[in-house]
Design a protein around this ligand. Structure first.
Ligand SMILES: NC(=O)C1=CN([C@@H]2O[C@H](COP(=O)(O)OP(=O)(O)OC[C@H]3O[C@@H](n4cnc5c(N)ncnc54)[C@H](O)[C@@H]3O)[C@@H](O)[C@H]2O)C=CC1
Length: 490
């Protein structure tokens, strides 16, 4: 058994300003970060202010495992670990040997030695991941009790996020392009939690400690060294992205609720006014924190394109045990102030093509589809946009009036409600398969938003009718993370 603390002299990346401080985080440890986030954010908000401290990795993956909102999934980018022509000087990985692009000839031979070792660990712990997660957090809170305040009081659904994000990053170790994009977004998103570079060594140490404890069959000095290299790179990418972001963006935005419209007993359209300009694109999402559940963040897609008055809207459905969603639907009212994290996701319109847009929105998944339609309208170039709006019942088509209004205003837009469960037996239409009754879709890009099952089945359906997967966009729910159950996201 290898114990993380026995390898304090493991490879480190040091810098004059980034060494471990005397605050108990990673002192004398490894994974030393290069960049230090400034104590005071660009907007003057002090990330050390206990009022404003945010949980470190606890929601590490607002990007990582909250299914649909994880990060927008665009098909695998061309860049990968095997890209032979990568510009080494622009390498955001800091030139780690772990992520060194391999020549195509060797890349073709399969995963790197480190990736093989990491995958073996992951395979061993997968059946007992619950235990490993608990042990990991026990280590974090025991060894670094000062980190406890950064996590929500109740860890329930938050519990495995940080750990899953770390494992996810490890799992995709060889896919440099996607991993860098994922980790950069993760690093930027962590600013709202008050995460500092000095926190990373502590988390890394506990990660290795938990893995060493539970992956005893496959653990070895080589495996440990592979994980250390991986984590060093992972944290460096996140730290660098956060430091860069800090130059021009606040860690979070305060936003006042200016309108709260109940559409059904459990769905509300919430409109907020951010305290300063909030740049985003239609199709993206933001994480929201309410005053009632500090440090609990959930992601919601914007239901509007950027507006001249700067207001933002979200469609929120109160789900069972959904702390944030229930608060937003049943408690929030004009005058309340919530917090917004930075925008995330890449389910955005590609304006470089004239392809039509085939949009599938299921339930509250219609929100970002409406935003995409608005952006196409504002862009001015007429492209066919075909929206299929899936709901279980007529009652659940809570936004059909708005969508139909948009359809009347734009000749290039068609909106088709698809109701899957009707009173009359056999009267419902299957969604998303309903698109098969129309088409052809080969000159369309597809945008999917809704429950994970709908997205999976939608992707299968669309690939089946000939839309190549690189032209199908949706927010990822499994790409870099353990799939959430419907209770882990709102
Ligand atoms: N960017 C995104 O992808 C967004 C995703 N969402 C997610 O959308 C979901 C909305 O929930 P509800 O409004 O309760 O939707 P819902 O459960 O009522 O389903 C909406 C539609 O999807 C279909 N559907 C559901 N599960 C399916 C499956 N396994 N296979 C095929 N079709 C399926 C239903 O038949 C219905 O037509 C939530 O999970 C929410 O997190 C919400 C907003 C944005």
């Amino acid at each position: 058994m290898f114990e993380a603390r026995q390898i304090m002299d493991a490879p480190t990346t040091t810098s004059s300003d980034g060494g471990s401080g005397g605050d108990g985080f990673g002192s004398g440890s490894w994974f030393t970060p290069v960049h230090r986030l400034h104590e005071t954010a660009a907007d003057g908000r002090n990330s050390q202010d206990p009022q404003h401290r945010r949980d470190d990795g606890r929601e590490q993956s607002a990007a990582a495992d909250d299914s649909w909102f994880t990060r927008s999934h665009t098909p695998p980018p061309a860049a990968s670990a095997s890209a032979p022509d990568r510009d080494a000087t622009a390498d955001p990985t800091g030139g780690s040997p772990y992520f060194q692009p391999r020549p195509a000839s060797t890349a073709d031979r399969g995963p790197s030695p480190d990736a093989i070792l990491i995958r073996r660990t992951l395979e061993e712990i997968e059946p007992i991941s619950d235990k490993v997660t608990s042990y990991f957090y026990a280590l974090v809170f025991l060894r670094y009790p000062q980190l406890r305040d950064m996590f929500p009081v109740a860890m329930d659904t938050q519990r495995d996020r940080l750990f899953k994000a770390l494992l996810t990053a490890g799992r995709h170790a060889d896919d440099t392009g996607r991993l860098t994009e994922y980790l950069s977004q993760l690093g930027r998103g962590h600013r709202k939690y008050g995460t500092l570079p000095d926190h990373y060594p502590a988390i890394g140490e506990c990660l290795i400690g938990a893995l060493a404890q539970y992956a005893s069959r496959t653990w070895s000095a080589e495996t440990e060294a592979a994980w250390v290299r991986a984590y060093t790179t992972i944290s460096q990418i996140m730290i660098d992205a956060a430091a860069q972001d800090e130059q021009h963006t606040p860690p979070w935005w305060e936003a006042e609720v200016v309108a709260h419209e109940r559409r059904t007993s459990d769905i509300a359209v919430v409109t907020v006014r951010p305290d300063q300009p909030y740049p985003f694109r239609a199709g993206q999402y933001a994480s929201l924190e309410t005053p009632w559940w500090p440090r609990v963040w959930r992601n919601y897609s914007f239901s509007c394109a950027p507006r001249p008055d700067g207001l933002l809207s979200f469609h929120v459905k109160a789900v069972p045990a959904g702390w944030v969603s229930n608060a937003l639907v049943h408690r929030a009212s004009p005058g309340d102030v919530i917090r917004l994290g930075p925008p995330g996701g890449s389910m955005t319109v590609d304006h470089s093509t004239d392809n039509g847009l085939l949009c599938l929105g299921g339930g509250t998944g219609i929100a970002p589809i409406k935003a995409l339609v608005e952006e196409v309208a504002e862009h001015g170039r007429q492209r066919p946009v075909e929206v299929f709006y899936g709901a279980r019942s007529d009652h659940d088509l809570y936004d059909i009036d708005t969508m139909k209004r948009l359809e009347r205003a734009h000749s290039w837009l068609s909106v088709r409600p698809v109701v899957s469960e009707r009173r009359e037996i056999g009267a419902g239409t299957r969604f998303p398969q309903a698109v098969l009754q129309y088409g052809p879709w080969n000159a369309y890009d597809a945008y999917l938003s809704g429950p994970p099952g709908m997205i999976r089945s939608g992707v299968d359906t669309l690939v089946g009718v000939g839309i190549p997967s690189h032209r199908i966009r949706h927010d990822a729910f499994e790409e870099f993370a353990g799939a959430g159950t419907s209770s882990t996201y709102e």
